[in-house]
Ligand binder design. Structure first.
Ligand code: ATP
Ligand code: MG
Length: 205
């Protein structure tokens, strides 16, 4: 029987416990053999909006995932030139790996999926798992209307509902507030050592 691996993409600017917890939840719920965390290079829908370099975001992802033997980090999108389209990433992984692919998304990202490039190809290449996220609601009727066939490919799971976001962590660092216990200590230390996000200057929502 071939195994199934989870793919969790994102900007991870920075990675936090919300990401790690949904990856672990999906891994256990769907019996995934491992989860690959894939930091985006240049993110098409967030162009110019991330504030730490790819190298920093990748390094923090490695630090955060180091303690879980089922987690791996892939630089596939960072190493690829041009915008990080998930369809291209899944095609590359499909060509390289024998495993079935399962794309893990918070429901905010899932609601956005109809806007993604080559979304029908994404549905062919991977099954989807949508995980609850505090503050995000999912209109399944609307999603199914925008993306016919999506429901057959989708498993929804009730995740740990951690109300943590990278944008909030960036704002907290800029305001001199603590981020400890929202992301692993190694990431907290890395951010401090490299002076990341101190001047991210993002407006409050
Ligand atoms: P930002 O605030 O910069 O958008 P973020 O916290 O949303 O950052 P992303 O890198 O945009 O993090 O998210 C990557 C993936 O992780 C997306 O599928 C997103 O829905 C999911 N995700 C992030 N945080 C959570 C959370 N706390 N609960 C559930 N899903 C989450
Ligand atoms: Mg986000």
């Amino acid at each position: 029987m071939s195994s199934r691996i989870g793919i969790l993409g994102g900007t991870f600017d920075p990675i936090h416990y919300g990401h790690l917890a949904i990856a672990e939840e999906a891994r256990v719920a769907l019996h995934l053999s491992r989860v690959m965390v894939v930091p985006a290079g240049e993110q098409p829908l967030k162009a110019g909006r991330h504030v730490a370099s790819s190298a920093h975001r990748l390094a923090m992802a490695h630090l955060a995932c180091a303690g879980n033997p089922f987690f791996a980090v892939s630089a596939i999108e960072i190493e690829r030139a041009g915008p990080s389209y998930t369809a291209v990433t899944l095609q590359q992984l499909h060509d390289q790996l024998p495993d079935a692919l399962c794309l893990i998304l918070g429901v905010d990202a899932l609601a956005d999926l109809p806007r993604w490039r080559d979304v029908q190809r994404i549905l062919e290449l991977a099954s989807l798992v949508g995980v609850t996220r505090p503050g995000a609601t999912l209109d399944l009727v609307r999603l199914a209307r925008a993306l016919p066939g999506v429901l057959e490919r989708l498993t929804l799971i009730d995740g740990p509902r951690l109300d943590i976001s990278s944008s909030d962590l960036r704002r907290r660092v800029a305001a001199g507030k603590p981020i400890r216990y929202q992301t692993p200590d190694a990431v907290v230390d890395y951010i401090a050592q490299h002076g990341l996000y101190r001047h991210s200057g993002e407006p409050h929502p």
